[in-house]
Design a protein around this ligand. Sequence first.
Ligand code: UDP
Ligand code: MG
Length: 319
Amino acid sequence: MSCKYSFIVPIYNEEETLPELYRRLQAVMEQMDGTVELILINDGSRDRSLAIMRDLHDQDPRVCYISLARNFGHQTAVTAGLNFSRGQVVVILDADLQDPPELIPSMVEQWKQGFDVVYAQRTQRHRESWFKRLTAYGFYRILKQLADVDIPTETGDFCLLDRQAVDVLNAMPERNRYIRGLRSWIGFRQTAVLFERDPRYAGTVKYTFRKSLALATNGLVSFSTVPLRLSTYLGFFSAVMALTMAFVVIYWRLFHPASPITGHAIVAAAVFFLGAVQLFSIGILGEYIGRIYEEVKNRPLYTLSEIAGFKALHSTRTY
Ligand code: UDP
Ligand code: MG
């Protein structure tokens, strides 16, 4: 092991935040009681991010970078960083300075107390839209109810991991990686460090609504099979409705033969309702089957176009 700490930062079109990120991280790196490597992962940026990363690497040998061959998404970028990290302690943080680097020393403090996983928990989110806050709030509570593991609320990917935990995560073969879920799933001694989440330093949010929705679905499907059971419940509910309706019809036929039940509307409604239940259930099945398909294809998680700063260490490894 050549260094004590690895800092992992996924980068997607962050030319505006990179210099400030480096400035603040550098100040933290100076304070650390051991050697630090800063691993920047370029997740297929289309701006000058990669050029800036090259410059940083030339200036400062502690900066290494990996460039993925296209945009693979945040979770995959972090996974690539974990694969390449060499430190005894690994810290994952966002590039937009919403995860304050100055929190790292207190996370390390917890690690020294014997914790293997130290995750940062938000007490407050500054200036994020009400829509984002509301959906995040709702989602994390649903996930908590449904998931098999206890995934703490108000946590993101900002965390510190001991080498042991990183090795376990790296050994997990699954393709759809919901890192904050996997992190809880692996166990070990875990603790939280509280912080206030600042607004993004510069640039625009890279997690579009679509990407956030995909991440949320992934979290739910990867850590719970309850949605699959939902179709059973819905089927049961429809059966009860159908039976009740049958009794009502028989009752009217027997006791009120003069007033026949006419109601195309109710029939149409019932047909639509059942159609909806069936399509909904097939959709849920599809989410799971799609993921099985992804796993079975067994493609590599990402492809690399450029790496720097890892010397011979990784040249024999294939991804
Ligand atoms: N990011 C990435 N690939 C993507 C989207 C985002 O590597 O496809 C990175 C981005 O550069 C940032 C982090 O993931 O470092 C979090 O993104 P962002 O701040 O836009 O999302 P937030 O979590 O704040 O909504
Ligand atoms: Mg952000």
